[in-house]
Design a protein around this ligand. Structure first.
Ligand code: DGL
Length: 308
């Protein structure tokens, strides 16, 4: 079992920020990363639809053989973490609870801001997770959907660091400018007096420098990636499933264009991606068994969930 890879999935490329951190924390672990780029973004979709995607990708990963699944997507975690935990025989870890825990540890004035996709923010998954950890912390949330588009656009357009692209082309390709959009989302949170801001979307750590500029230097930005990686390490340790393998491999699969995934993904991951397997949507959609699909009708699993 310990030699099996960790399965990590996201709606697209953003979850590679989490895979990168897991790989840094656990260099002996092999990872199979699945990016559902053909159906990205998940953020504006109905959470019921995202839950079905969670079952499909979880089925693909478990059939492939993984010892643990990380849902490296905030929207998919908010929609389907409890469902996946019930559906699959391996531990499933999401990104919401680790991010909430890091924020609760970081805040001094106990006022925490959260930005994420519409799906994540409307699910109230972060507020629920924060409240479960410390009912005295107040959460102020804002959906910031255009940040996802800006990251996607920036990854496609420029070869250099995304942040350089934003600094150079904020007024050119992004309308209104990046900073106007960011101020629209972030100024109300600043006015609420938050001292900590959770980047509650896998794409947002790629914008941390300009977001920090808008929020100001005193605000602590939280990305769930590190905390999630720590939780993966602890879970494997507890189960006696840490790998000592020196030949750890990173493998990739995508529902979108494999060449584009490899090229753009390498920029997020900070290392080259030799190839990615293409998985077709009809193949993926056919994977969940009738038993798993029946779970979609279980009302106890269809509320937004937040606990890993
Ligand atoms: N991965 C998604 C998340 O973390 C962001 C992109 C999307 O909307 O699919 O919520």
């Amino acid at each position: 079992m310990e030699r099996l890879p960790i399965g990590v999935f996201d709606s697209g490329l953003g979850g590679l920020t989490v895979a990168k951190e897991i790989s840094r924390e656990l260099p002996n672990e092999s990872i199979v990363y699945f990016g559902d780029t053909a159906r990205c973004p998940y953020g504006p979709r109905d959470l019921a639809e995202v839950r079905r995607f969670v079952l499909e990708i979880g089925s693909w990963l478990t059939q492939r053989g993984v010892k643990l699944i990380v849902i490296a997507c905030n929207t998919a975690t908010a929609a389907g973490l409890a469902l996946a935990q019930r559906a699959f025989d391996v531990p499933v870890i999401g990104v919401v609870e680790p991010g909430a825990r890091a924020a609760v540890h970081a805040t001094v004035n106990r006022r925490v801001g959260v930005i994420g996709t519409v799906g994540t923010i409307e699910s109230a998954a972060y507020s629920t997770a924060v409240r479960a950890l410390d009912a005295g912390v107040t959460v102020f949330s804002a959906a910031a959907p255009r940040f996802v588009d800006i990251v996607e656009e920036g990854l496609r357009r420029g070869p250099g660091p995304l942040e350089d692209w934003i600094a150079e082309s904020s007024e050119v390709f992004i309308r209104p400018s990046f900073y106007e959009i960011a101020r629209d989302y972030l100024d109300p949170l600043k006015r609420s007096g938050v001292d900590t801001l959770v980047l509650g979307c896998t794409h947002f750590p790629l914008l941390s420098t300009p977001i920090q500029q808008v929020m100001g230097p005193r605000i602590t930005l939280i990305s769930s990636a590190e905390e999630t990686a720590r939780e993966v390490a602890e879970t494997l340790e507890r189960r006696g499933q840490r790998s000592t393998d020196r030949g750890a491999r990173l493998e990739f699969a995508t529902t979108g264009d494999a060449e584009e995934f490899s090229r753009l993904g390498a920029r997020v991951l900070g290392r080259s991606i030799d190839s990615a397997e293409n998985v077709t949507l009809p193949d993926l959609e056919s994977l969940p068994s009738t038993r798993l699909l029946a779970l979609l009708d279980d009302p106890t699993l269809t509320e937004a969930t937040s606990c890993a």
